[in-house]
Design a protein around this ligand. Structure first.
Ligand SMILES: Cc1cc2nc3c(=O)[nH]c(=O)nc-3n(C[C@H](O)[C@H](O)[C@H](O)COP(=O)(O)OP(=O)(O)OC[C@H]3O[C@@H](n4cnc5c(N)ncnc54)[C@H](O)[C@@H]3O)c2cc1C
Length: 373
């Protein structure tokens, strides 16, 4: 059985940025990722500038893709009323296809070991060690296990995490397209039971990504019908579906997206990114939180390996505390703000807030965002 210092389960933004920080501190790191890079993911692909200074410090800001800079938010109600506001911090647009692949290549070049196209099936903690079993029965032993396996994984089921027992009611879909759309704008358009985000990414592409009620696909039969009959009730979305040139043969679709709260440490596994908690997509902040959580966790893991007086219990306690302090309130605010989306009355109210009481709208946006770090 291969014995390593740190095994990271899942190679999305949380896992990759964690791996890069740890290998730079001379730790031996293995990342297990069930897919093969590069690949597309369901994501709005707008990253809050909260992470820009951190990425720049680590040499991980993706300048070479010339990501569009986004600093305006447009909000529209189901009926098509709209308002626009400046985004205090703003962000940039980059596809996960490019960004994750760039981070993967950087991690590889630094000496991170990858096992791809296999998934972790179970993790057991015994005698102060993890035994990690992959789907082909390959086994790894590690001192630290980091759970960066995203919003929903077979491991959540294996660990019987409480959020898995509640049925989740959201379906998420992503397209890439080309067409006329301002590169400095992120638009959030409501439709009955959900909302869609539109914003630019690199290479003159547009990301159109939405969250719809879980049973809507059953009702409309196909994604195309859902888009034509339900999403197109919003005139802005109707215009997008009629005029954009869609680039994927089929959009990417995922089911059962859950925003229930989770714990940052379970069964001694240190959870990072969405595995510790997923913020509602309308906040455009999940990617920043995934990167931010890796920046909180990595120095503690390094300390655990380097300081004999710093025990596993200290590491788990400190990470849980620091994680809750940084993110708990934002996740709660995101869940509550989401109530203003997807309903006729509520979405009109949200638009009128942006239009008539900008300081309140600004305050609400700030509740779901963090500071630069
Ligand atoms: C509809 C929608 C739109 C969104 N839009 C935005 C946005 O515009 N801006 C933003 O900041 N955030 C957005 N988010 C949130 C953002 O996508 C996530 O917060 C972010 O991807 C979290 O990164 P992560 O590394 O934690 O997880 P992920 O990026 O999901 O990575 C997890 C990885 O783990 C792998 N994995 C899972 N299980 C296993 C296993 N057992 N073994 C091995 N590998 C495994 C998966 O293949 C995956 O690659 C959106 C989310 C949704 C649902």
């Amino acid at each position: 059985m291969q014995q390593v210092g740190v095994v990271i389960i899942g190679g999305g933004l949380a896992g990759l940025t964690c791996a890069i920080q740890l290998v730079r501190q001379d730790l031996e790191v293995v990342v297990v990722e069930k897919k093969e890079y590069p690949f597309h993911r369901v994501c709005g692909e707008y990253i809050s500038n909260e992470v820009a200074p951190f990425l720049q410090r680590l040499g991980l800001y993706p300048d070479q893709f010339q990501p569009p800079q986004i600093n305006k938010l447009q909000l529209s109600s189901i009926g098509g009323h709209q308002a626009t506001m400046d985004l205090p911090l703003g962000g940039f647009g980059i596809s996960r296809y490019q960004f994750d692949h760039f981070l993967y290549q950087t991690a590889l070049s630094l000496g991170v070991q990858f096992i791809t196209r296999k998934y972790v099936q179970s993790v057991e903690f015994r005698e102060d060690q993890f035994e990690i079993t992959l789907n082909d029965q390959q086994k790894l032993a590690s001192t630290v296990a980091i759970g960066a396996f995203g919003k929903r994984s077979v491991l959540d089921k294996f660990m019987d995490r409480p959020f898995m027992r509640k049925r989740s009611s959201y379906l998420a879909v992503k397209h890439h397209a080309r067409g006329a759309f301002p590169s400095d704008l992120i638009a959030l358009h409501n439709f009955p039971g959900g909302y869609a985000g539109i914003s630019a990414v690199e290479d003159q592409r547009i990301n159109l990504c939405y969250l719809a009620a879980g049973d809507s696909l059953k009702e409309f039969g196909t994604i195309k019908q859902l888009e034509q009959k339900l999403l197109s009730k919003n005139p802005f979305l109707k215009q997008a579906f009629n005029n954009f040139d869609f680039l994927f043969e089929q959009p990417l679709v995922i089911n059962e997206v859950s925003f229930e709260s989770k714990l940052p440490v379970e069964n001694h596994i240190l959870m990072c990114g969405d595995a510790a908690g997923l913020i509602t997509p309308l906040c455009g902040n999940g990617m920043a939180m995934a990167i931010h959580s890796s920046s909180l966790l990595s120095p503690l893991v390094v300390k655990f390996f380097n300081k004999p007086y710093y025990h596993r219990a200290d590491l788990e306690r400190d990470y849980s505390m620091i994680w809750s302090h940084q993110f708990k309130q934002r996740l709660w605010a995101g869940r509550n703000l989401q109530r203003l989306f997807g309903g006729r009355w509520a979405s009109s109210f949200a638009v009128s807030l942006v239009r008539n009481v900008p300081p309140v709208a600004n305050y609400l946006v700030r509740q779901t965002h963090g500071e630069t770090f």
